[in-house]
Design a protein around this ligand. Structure first.
Ligand code: AKB
Length: 316
């Protein structure tokens, strides 16, 4: 029987993944944790604890006491925020991962780990279109450097200690349930909320800045598919490229106008423009398709209809 620990259950991914894992494994077997209070649908459906992944001692006690067999470690400082507190962000992103990898090495019951990487592992010297799985990686952001180092550590722990750690390089994730915090791709969530609340949005990226993106249901499905795959099929132990859609602010604004005709956008690029300019525009996911049948359903049009409908309901 699996007993799953989710670290970062109040975040953008955690708030949706936790509920999906509870559907699959039973509410009582998915232990949701965060350093802040979780939403009601998490606290009402199963165990929730305040837990800081940086607190090694409490973490190990927790894992042993609850006989945890799988860990989803989702807590991180994202790209925009990391540039404001570089050393702290490096410390949080790296130390938390090392705590989890060490735990998995020491505690025999832990069978599998999931840790998210990001398209931020790529940098300005990476080919920007259809970026391959294996390519030049010279990230120039703190977040990207921490994710690339994390990928190397994951592969190292697999090779050296047989820790079954699996990872995905998420593109920008778009969801209506929990807003993201501190990322460069966050504009693509904010824009929907502002379109419905105020019918206008000031974008912190320029109109033609194309980035890889994915709707949350596709990201959740990819995460579960990777974690459910046979260990022998997982050939990449650093992190897998996956790919959903690519668009720029101008294109998403045009799509939103189809639902909110008087929507207006203006542009005031800030420090996040340089981050976006260093990232790929589109990603090649052939290796994930080959190894664990990665697939994806939503394009910009289909996603926008759901986003607008659900945010309208939420804000009504
Ligand atoms: C960010 O913008 O920092 C994240 C990411 C692409 O990893 N959404």
């Amino acid at each position: 029987m699996e007993r799953i620990l989710v670290i970062g259950c109040s975040g953008q991914i955690g708030s949706e993944l936790t509920l999906q894992l509870r559907n699959m494994y039973g509410n009582e077997n998915v232990f949701a944790t965060d350093i802040r209070q979780a939403a009601k649908d998490i606290t009402d459906t199963g165990p929730f604890y305040i837990l800081d992944v940086m607190d090694e001692k409490r973490l190990i006690h927790f894992v042993i006491r609850h006989k945890i067999t799988q860990i989803y470690h989702l807590a991180a400082v994202l790209s925009g925020n990391a540039e404001k507190i570089p050393l702290q962000a490096w410390d949080i992103n790296m130390q938390s991962l090392m705590n989890i990898l060490e735990l998995a090495r020491e505690v025999e019951d832990i069978r599998k780990i999931f840790w998210p990487s990001s398209i931020a592992v790529f940098g300005p010297t990476t080919p920007r279109v259809n970026t391959p799985q294996i390519t030049v990686m010279e990230p120039n952001t703190v977040y990207g450097i921490s994710k690339l180092a994390g990928e190397r550590w994951c592969e190292y722990y697999f090779n050296k200690y047989k820790v079954d750690v699996r990872s995905i390089r998420y593109p920008g994730l778009i969801s209506y349930k929990t807003e993201a915090g501190g990322g460069t791709t966050d504009y693509a969530v904010e824009i929907y909320y502002e379109a419905i609340r105020k019918r206008k949005y000031q974008c912190f990226l320029s109109p033609e800045t194309t980035l890889p993106m994915m709707f949350m249901p596709d990201a959740i499905k990819a995460t579960i598919d990777l974690m459910e795959a046979e260990a022998s099929d997982i050939k990449v132990r650093s992190s897998y490229n996956i790919s959903g859609m690519s668009f720029c602010p101008k294109e998403i604004a045009t799509e939103i106008k189809r639902h909110v005709p008087d929507f207006e956008i203006n542009y005031k690029p800030d420090f996040r423009q340089a981050i976006a300019d260093s990232w790929p525009q589109s990603i090649n996911a052939d290796v994930a398709v080959r190894d664990w049948n990665f697939s994806c359903e939503y394009d910009l049009g289909k996603m926008s209809s759901v986003m607008i409908r659900e945010i309208r309901k939420k804000l009504a």
